[in-house]
Structures are given as structure tokens and as C-alpha cells.
Design a binder for this molecule. Structure first.
Ligand code: UT7
Length: 330
């Protein structure tokens, strides 16, 4: 028995925040943003759209495309750094409620931008052990709720959105999730952090006045470590599976910054046409970034059953992960 990525879904909110809009909010320019990040615009959820609502829309597509009944789902995991509620209920439970799925195990994970690939590794273990049969994974972010729109170092980067996948069982190795490497190094936690409103700095007027409830990032430090780690991550997983770049059908990296992706792509010699890029239109959607990118490529007709995808991600923690996944859907 193998675990298989049976389907993908995605959702991008309708409201667009362009670089021109940001020029009116902070001291920046369209030219600077595009040159340094490749981002042209990002999507922003409306006031009455919660992270769970974005997740539900992506999940409904994934469930429909998997051709299963929602009540066949026996595990729901949601990765997010912008949950509906800080502590409880989990966004996965809220999503289960909104999908009207009962008697299901449901919980969130916290692995920042690496969330989707981290969840994939958990789903693989649950399926291969025989514990679960149909797992719904959701990466959903209303990051606009934790972004400081007076901080030009972060507000130009992030956007809202969601991606979802159904992980099921297969006996066919050509439709299986082959391997996943996931890791972390907590020494770098302070470089990308939302310090406030946890137990260390509980929510108070002082916490809010100091804007500790928003994402803080040492951008350039993160940038350098991201390029290095994303590159070595790919080399490791390819080598340990005796695969070469030419055997990969789709390179799907975390969409944080075009320059980061380009540096990794060029170093590893991945052809541009095999590299999936969504950063220009969505910005960095954290845990939703990889499944949204898979979904876009799928909807464009680029991804077919059996295709070999290489996922590569990096985020706060620091966390990072790579995965070799054969697409098991139709
Ligand atoms: O998803 C998790 C992983 N996250 C990432 O991978 C993000 C990694 N970091 C980055 O993408 C980049 O570091 C940024 C896009 C955030 C910044 O680009 P950079 O090339 O590293 O710029 P920098 O931070 O070294 O700043 C260069 C200059 C500074 O001015 P001075 O000190 O040289 O005068 C900044 O103040 O650019 C300035 N700057 C800006 N200027 C216009 C910083 N942000 C902006 C801005 N508009 N939005």
C-alpha cells in the first residue's frame, strides 16, 4: 500500500492588492517590488472571509476532483500561521464543521511556509500504516490579518489563499508519494516571527501598541539561508532516490520570492518550463503556496497522472522540506 496525492484544489480571494496600491500605503515602488521579488499583485480576503472559508473552498474542489464522498474522509489536517482562532478550536475543526463532516480526526499543524509538505509526510505515514484511508490536507492563510501594512519589508510580500489535497491509498507505485525530507532548526526562530499574542507576550494593549501581533522578518538573512537550504534540500532528496533533474516533470518550489526560486532553479539547472511559478500573481501565501501552485499547474493542464513533482519549501522556525510525489489524480 502506498500513499497517493489523488486530487488538488485551490482558492484565491477575488480582491487584488497591486504594487501600485502598496505605493500609496508605504514608501515603496512597483519597480522595487517587482525587481526584488517578482511579485506584481497578491490577493486579500474580504472582512467576512476567514481562513477556514478559504480552506473550505479549496477543500470542496479537492473532494470533488478525488471523486469521493466527503464522509469518506477520516482525517483533516490544516497548516496555517493565520488560524481563525489563536488556540481553539483548530481551523481544521472549523473546516470540518463547515463541510458538515463528523466523526473525523481533525487538527492543525504549525510549520509556517513548510506546512503543506510537513502535512504530506504525516499523511504518508498515516496511510502507509493503514490507520487512515482518505486524508484531507489544507494549507490556508489569511496572512493579511497578521501583516503590518506600515512595514514595507513584509507587507509587499504576503497574500491570502488556500490549497487542498486528498491523500488516499494506491497499490500502484507510479501514482505514489515517493519520499519526503522534512527538517527544522530552531536557532533561527527570531529571524521570522510573530512575537505577540502567544503565552510569551499575551495579548494586551501594550502588545498591540508595539505591533507584536504582526509578522517580523529579517528579510535579507532569511533570503540567504532560504537559497542555501532550498538548494541543498533538492540535491539531498534527488541523490537519496537516485534521481536526476532530467527525470523531474515539475519543479514546484515555495513561492516566496522570484529571485530565490531563480537562484535555486539556475543552480540545479532545472528548465524554466518545468518550474511552476505563481509568485507574481499571489505573492507569498505561506502554507497555501505549494498546493496553490500545484492547483494552478493542474488547472492549466500541465500536470497529468503519474507525473513526477518535486516540491521544495522553506519557512519560519526555520522549517524546510522537500518531496518527490507522483500525481495520482485524473
Ligand atoms: O516564506 C518564508 C521565507 N521568506 C522569504 O524567503 C523572504 C526572504 N527575503 C526576501 O525576499 C528579501 O530579503 C526582501 C524582498 C524581503 C528584501 O529584499 P533584499 O534584496 O534582501 O533587500 P534588503 O532587505 O537588503 O534591503 C535593501 C534596501 C534597504 O535600503 P538601504 O538600507 O539599502 O537604504 C531597505 O530599506 O531596500 C530597502 N527596502 C525597500 N525599498 C523599497 C526594503 N523594503 C523595501 C520596499 N521598497 N518595500
Amino acid at each position: 500500500m502506498y500513499a497517493s496525492l489523488k486530487s488538488i484544489g485551490g482558492y484565491a480571494p477575488k480582491n487584488i492588492l497591486s504594487n501600485a496600491d502598496l505605493e500609496k500605503m508605504v514608501d515603496t515602488t512597483d519597480e522595487w517590488i517587482e525587481k526584488r521579488t517578482g511579485i506584481k499583485e497578491r490577493r486579500i480576503a474580504s472582512k467576512d472571509e476567514d481562513t477556514s472559508d478559504l480552506g473550505v473552498k479549496a477543500a470542496l474542489l479537492a473532494i470533488e476532483r478525488a471523486g469521493i464522498d466527503k464522509d469518506e474522509i477520516d482525517l483533516i489536517i490544516c497548516a496555517t500561521l493565520s488560524p481563525d482562532y489563536l488556540c481553539m478550536p483548530s481551523t481544521a475543526c472549523v473546516i470540518a464543521g463547515k463541510l458538515d463532516i463528523q466523526n473525523v480526526m481533525a487538527f492543525d499543524i504549525s510549520a509556517a511556509c513548510s506546512g503543506f509538505v510537513y502535512m504530506l509526510s504525516m499523511a504518508k505515514a498515516f496511510i502507509e500504516s493503514g490507520a487512515k484511508k482518505n486524508i484531507l490536507l489544507i494549507g490556508a492563510e489569511k496572512i493579511s490579518s497578521v501583516v503590518d501594512y506600515t512595514d514595507r519589508g513584509t507587507c509587499i510580500l504576503f497574500g491570502d489563499g488556500a490549497g487542498a489535497a486528498i491523500i488516499g491509498v494506491t497499490e500502484d507505485k507510479n501514482e505514489a508519494i515517493i519520499d519526503i525530507h522534512a527538517s527544522a532548526d530552531g536557532r533561527y526562530g527570531d529571524l521570522l516571527i510573530t512575537p505577540g499574542c502567544g503565552s510569551k507576550y499575551p495579548c494586551s494593549q501594550e502588545t498591540l501598541d508595539k505591533k507584536l501581533n504582526f509578522i517580523k522578518m529579517s528579510g535579507n538573512d532569511v533570503y540567504k539561508i532560504a537559497v542555501k537550504t532550498l538548494t541543498s534540500d533538492v540535491i539531498d532528496i534527488l541523490e537519496s532516490n537516485n534521481l536526476s533533474v532530467s527525470q523531474i516533470d515539475h519543479f514546484i518550489p515555495h513561492q516566496a520570492n522570484f529571485r530565490i526560486i531563480e537562484a535555486v532553479r539556475a543552480k540545479l539547472d532545472f528548465p524554466v518550463e518545468k518550474t511552476v511559478l505563481t509568485v507574481a500573481k499571489y505573492g507569498n501565501t505561506s502554507a497555501a503556496s505549494i498546493p496553490m501552485a500545484i492547483n494552478d499547474a493542474y488547472e492549466e493542464g500541465r500536470i497529468k497522472k503519474g507525473d513526477l513533482m518535486l516540491l521544495d519549501t522553506f519557512g519560519g522556525g526555520f522549517t524546510w522540506a522537500s518531496a518527490l510525489v507522483r500525481f495520482g489524480g485524473n
